[in-house]
Write a protein that binds this ligand. Structure first.
Ligand code: GUN
Length: 295
């Protein structure tokens, strides 16, 4: 079997077109321009790339954007003071603090300081709790992107055996929660595997839909999946460099081997990656609409 390739690049493009249209209408009819600010502490190269990409996407869609880049030795109090200021800034509807933060800063204290109404990452405990009880204001971006990839590729989620590999707060736990909801585009039976799971392959072989956020290249090999599985690969591993010094990326799934058994599979790059920023834009638009009483 040769798998259908689930192109996040294509699906993200389509959603961005829809958003661009909506953003233009908000401006025309309501004089409302969604605004997003990123906050980056330090000079981690991957984080700088992500933050840069967010700014560019804002520009392309007509979202107002600010960027606050702070030095690596910024103290927690300074960062909290900035967040307080941004919480009150009228043009800013969404605040994204790029993770990971330097070790001397308590990540949770920072995330808790963001006004839940501006928490477009969906990481504040209020938003985590709202998702848990099925009343989310904001879905976290990467898991929401995964759900959209599945829905827009025509994958039946209802009643499916979904196996998630990885239990992070950013991907594993929220995607399990989202697909468990008693809602359209969800209603799955969900299993979460992690580093202490006794027999990983026992679980992954049962999956109709396998979502992998393990953080390790080739964590999933062909013998670990069944024929006809749908695979979403969330991994981004730098496995080498080209002659020009550009990073070579690979996911967590042995793509070439697994695609021979899968019904559909998302590639790395070009799978989940483009969806994450797109869903961030969607949350920013939602934050703007909520602030104006339009949602
Ligand atoms: N670092 C890696 N993924 C994310 C994300 O989704 N949001 C933020 N804020 N930081 C990240």
């Amino acid at each position: 079997m040769s798998a259908q390739i689930i192109s996040g690049t294509e699906i993200a493009k389509k959603i961005r077109q829809e958003l661009k249209q909506e953003i233009a209408e908000l401006k025309e009819k309501h004089n409302l321009i969604p605004g997003l600010t990123t906050v980056l502490v330090g000079e981690d190269p991957a984080s700088q790339v992500y933050v840069g990409a967010k700014g560019k996407t804002c520009d392309a869609l007509g979202v107002y954007s600010e960027r606050h880049d702070l030095s690596v030795d910024t103290c927690e109090e300074e960062l909290l003071a900035l967040i307080n200021k941004l919480n009150k800034a009228p043009r800013i509807h969404g605040i994204l603090v790029q993770l990971p933060l330097p070790e001397h800063i308590n990540e949770n204290r920072v995330l808790y300081a963001i006004d839940p109404k501006k928490d477009v990452d969906g990481f504040h405990p209020v938003n985590v709790g709202k998702l848990m009880i099925g009343e989310p204001d904001y879905l976290p971006c990467t898991p929401h992107g995964i759900q959209e990839l599945l829905i827009r590729s025509g994958v039946k989620i209802e009643g499916a055996e979904v196996v998630v590999v990885g239990r992070s707060n950013i991907v594993g736990k929220p995607i399990a929660n989202i697909l468990l909801q008693k809602k359209e585009g969800a209603n799955a039976t969900v299993t979460i595997c992690h580093t202490r799971t006794k027999d990983m392959a026992f679980h992954t072989r049962r999956a109709d839909i396998l979502i992998v956020a393990a953080g390790r290249a080739k964590a999933i090999t062909a013998d670990m999946v069944k024929e006809g599985v749908v695979v979403i690969d969330v991994g981004v591993n730098r496995i080498g460099k080209t002659a020009e010094g550009k990073a070579i990326l690979a996911g967590d799934v042995d793509f070439d081997a697994v695609k021979e058994k899968a019904k559909a599979i998302s590639p790395v790059p070009g799978g989940v990656g483009p969806m994450t920023i797109t869903m961030l834009m969607l949350n920013t638009v939602r934050a703007a609409k909520l602030s104006a009483g339009l949602a």
